[in-house]
Design a protein around this ligand. Sequence first.
Ligand SMILES: O=C(O)C1=C[C@@H](OP(=O)(O)O)[C@@H](O)[C@H](O)C1
Ligand SMILES: C=C(OP(=O)(O)O)C(=O)O
Length: 456
Amino acid sequence: MTGTTPANNDPTATRTELPLWSAPYARGPVNASVTVPGSKSLTNRYLVLAALADGPSRLRAPLHSRDSALMIQALRQLGATVTEEPGDGDYGPDLLITPLDPLATSAETAIDCGLAGTVMRFVPPLAALRRGATVFDGDPHARNRPMGTIIEALVALGVPVAAEGGRTPSALPFTVEGTGEVRGGHLVIDASASSQFVSALLLVGARFTEGLHLEHVGKPVPSLDHISMTVATLRSVGVSVDDSVPNHWRVSPGPINAFDQRIEQDLSNAGPFLAAALATKGTVRIPNWPSGTTQVGDMWRSILATMGAEVSLQDGTLTVTGGQEIKGADFDETSELAPTVAALCALAASPSRLTGIAHLRGHETDRLAALVAEINRLGGDAEETADGLVIRPAALHAGVVHSYADHRMATAGAILGLAVEGVKVEDIATTSKTMPEFPDMWVRMLESAGAEEAGN
Ligand SMILES: O=C(O)C1=C[C@@H](OP(=O)(O)O)[C@@H](O)[C@H](O)C1
Ligand SMILES: C=C(OP(=O)(O)O)C(=O)O
């Protein structure tokens, strides 16, 4: 089910005709309970660790989406076994993983990274630990995503990485010549373009002969919560990580324990549903909200309260009720939550400023340019700054929201459509990157709000 996504995320390219989805317009307040599928970030981290563990592992309630399918396929190609068994969750089977054998030599294999940052950043260091050549490529736009740091890191670790013609690449596609062993030690990188460079190296560091002392030098690393998640995930499988000094991470060499792990639901993907409470002045409840988590999506509790919602977490259920109006506000470092926050800001009664998100230009699309273009196409007033966005109140009108093969642009369009009649979202199926169920879940949530039925 890896599928393909079209190349419409390059704003300068000729656009391909894609289906338009009539976003449901809410005629009244939504009142719904929503259970969200498993976390992409946790699923793909635990999949990598399972492939390197000292025995078979089980993931309970994992995500099943394009990004997790691409990761599973990549691990299978590198020699791990991944099978499914019925699970007890709402969203598909559990996964059983038998680790790969690093010493087994296998034929050259070509891995499709799709548009998944976790696959294109996390898998090349894993390929370095196996004997043989692994070719990496992905969707057309994947070739524009920052990759230089991970390539340079592997080369510095003594792992040959080459592009066609033998030159050293700075982006996809490229070939990693794995030797089955990496010495590790002290490695200096610039991870200012993506936290995933740090996570990718930490995830495999325990399997380097000398472990890894990773040091970041450069502008600040973005999305630090995702690095905390990597560190917590590693510790949960017995890996010793010292992150007590800022910009230094020390991973001790040693085994990765096999595990049986339940995956939390994806709190970032809970965002659009919670946003619906504000956009429709209704109530949305999310059961099984974790009491402690490293997911950046836990920030919804403070973000949505700042925007005027009533937010409570009781007996594990997060309840969000929208106020009379959405309040604009200033938010720093909203990471992958930013497109959802920006959609709410475009519906707000006062101005907002989002800062600390310059690196979103290297996400699934240039998200800053895409958000400005799409909010303004509906009559909004959004402007790009050096490191974020300014969004001022404006009366929005019907129109098409382009999704640029970006799941979070598509869900941002759906949020705008709740409050603005006549919004059509291009290629809603692109939400399959992390939430293939999104269109059905959205329509189900809106049954409580007298919404028009969605359709093409
Ligand atoms: O490690 C991860 O799972 C992620 C890290 C972040 O990447 P960046 O640091 O590139 O923002 C985040 O935006 C992405 O959605 C998932
Ligand atoms: C940036 C994102 O994804 P990726 O893991 O592909 O970087 C995202 O999901 O918002």
